[in-house]
Design a protein around this ligand. Structure first.
Ligand SMILES: NC(=O)c1ccc[n+]([C@@H]2O[C@H](COP(=O)([O-])OP(=O)(O)OC[C@H]3O[C@@H](n4cnc5c(N)ncnc54)[C@H](OP(=O)(O)O)[C@@H]3O)[C@@H](O)[C@H]2O)c1
Length: 319
């Protein structure tokens, strides 16, 4: 290791030049990620959600802020799309292919809370039965699994060619590379402007799961916890089978953060709930995503990052 190399956190933890897609990018954690990347040099950030007006409002808020960077062309792009509608997702990929040609990082962040199942309130076995069945007859369970779990696979799959294109742009050879002692080859002789020879980041999928992926004490709902456990597991499985294809996969598991999903919950916690005593904030989001996406995160692959103020340490959980 060259211990005399210049180490500048503003370069190591930067989104400079990145093309990023964030599903569920118009509110809560999604728009907070976008803010961190926007302020730190991202070239293009595609925000995907079903409600175009929500995306447009969020973009206006970021662009009109004193923290907004001075850029000659728009960085934040809203795209209306339901992640469970495969043909719409394919159209989004075509649009981004035409506009940018590649995607450095795909963030699977869209999610819904699903049917509430308060398992600790019932006082009779019949009440518990009915609580456990909540959301099944109405298809809410199914919808939750489709958005929170199935779409992690379908959206990731559909973006793979654009993720590979990002690798090719950084000089990596494309395609499947297998076997011991046989690394993927990289030619740095003809890199485009803005890509350094020592910046060997491979394209990346980041899946936003949850502390609910690991909780045995279930507060959010059975469907939510099941869907998020599966999402975290899929993020790990992808890291393994995509390794031969040069695409990284990491998982971020937030504890309580302010968002459309949690705004009704008061953000004060005791040490037996969240040792940090509060919900996550914009610094916490920026810290973890700039770490994973910056040059300093190139060696992170197949990891599960908790950002929960210690919640998983003090509740019955399986992390
Ligand atoms: N906030 C927390 O405490 C917390 C904790 C752990 C994990 N998470 C996870 O963080 C992620 C973001 O949630 P959030 O807390 O920021 O809640 P949020 O503000 O409700 O954001 C969820 C976003 O997902 C989008 N979305 C939902 N279904 C969609 C679909 N079918 N297609 C496209 N977009 C869809 C929503 O936009 P549209 O409705 O316009 O489509 C919305 O912008 C979720 O995966 C959630 O499970 C949150």
């Amino acid at each position: 290791m060259d211990i005399q190399a210049h180490l500048n956190p503003a370069k190591l933890f930067s989104a400079e030049g990145l093309v990023v897609v964030i599903t569920g990018g118009g509110s809560g954690i999604g728009i907070a990620i976008a803010s961190a990347l926007y302020q730190n040099g991202a070239q293009k950030i595609y925000l995907i959600g079903r409600r175009l007006n929500v995306l447009e409002e969020a973009i206006k808020t970021l662009e009109s802020s004193t923290s907004a960077p001075k850029t000659s062309s728009p960085v934040l792009v809203p795209i209306s799309c339901d992640v469970t509608d495969q043909s719409s997702v394919a159209e989004v990929v075509s649009q981004i292919e035409k506009e940018s040609g590649y995607v450095d990082v795909l963030i699977n962040n869209a999610g819904v809370i699903g049917p509430a199942t308060n398992l600790y309130k019932p006082t009779s076995i019949a009440e518990l039965r009915d609580t456990m069945l909540q959301g099944m007859a109405s298809n809410e369970w199914e919808t939750t699994m489709k958005i929170n779990t199935q779409a992690v696979v379908s959206v990731s799959a559909t973006f793979l060619p654009l993720l590979e294109a990002a690798n090719t742009r950084r000089g990596w050879s494309p395609g499947k590379v297998t076997g011991d002692g046989n690394p993927r080859k990289r030619d740095t002789s003809n890199l485009p402007e803005g890509v350094d020879g020592d910046d060997d980041r491979l394209a990346q999928i980041i899946t936003v799961a949850s502390v609910a992926s690991f909780m045995r004490y279930c507060t959010a709902g059975l469907a939510y916890n099941a869907s998020k456990s599966a999402a975290a597991q899929l993020g790990k499985i992808m890291a393994t089978f995509l390794s031969e294809w040069g695409v990284r996969s990491n998982v971020v598991c937030p504890g309580p953060y302010p968002s459309g999903m949690t705004n009704h919950i008061e953000g004060v916690y005791g040490t037996s709930q969240v040792p940090q005593g509060r919900k996550g904030n914009i610094h916490d989001v920026a810290g973890i995503f700039l770490f994973l996406m910056g040059k300093g995160g190139a060696y992170i692959n197949g990891s599960v990052q908790l950002t929960d103020g210690g919640r998983t340490s003090v509740w019955p959980a399986t992390f």
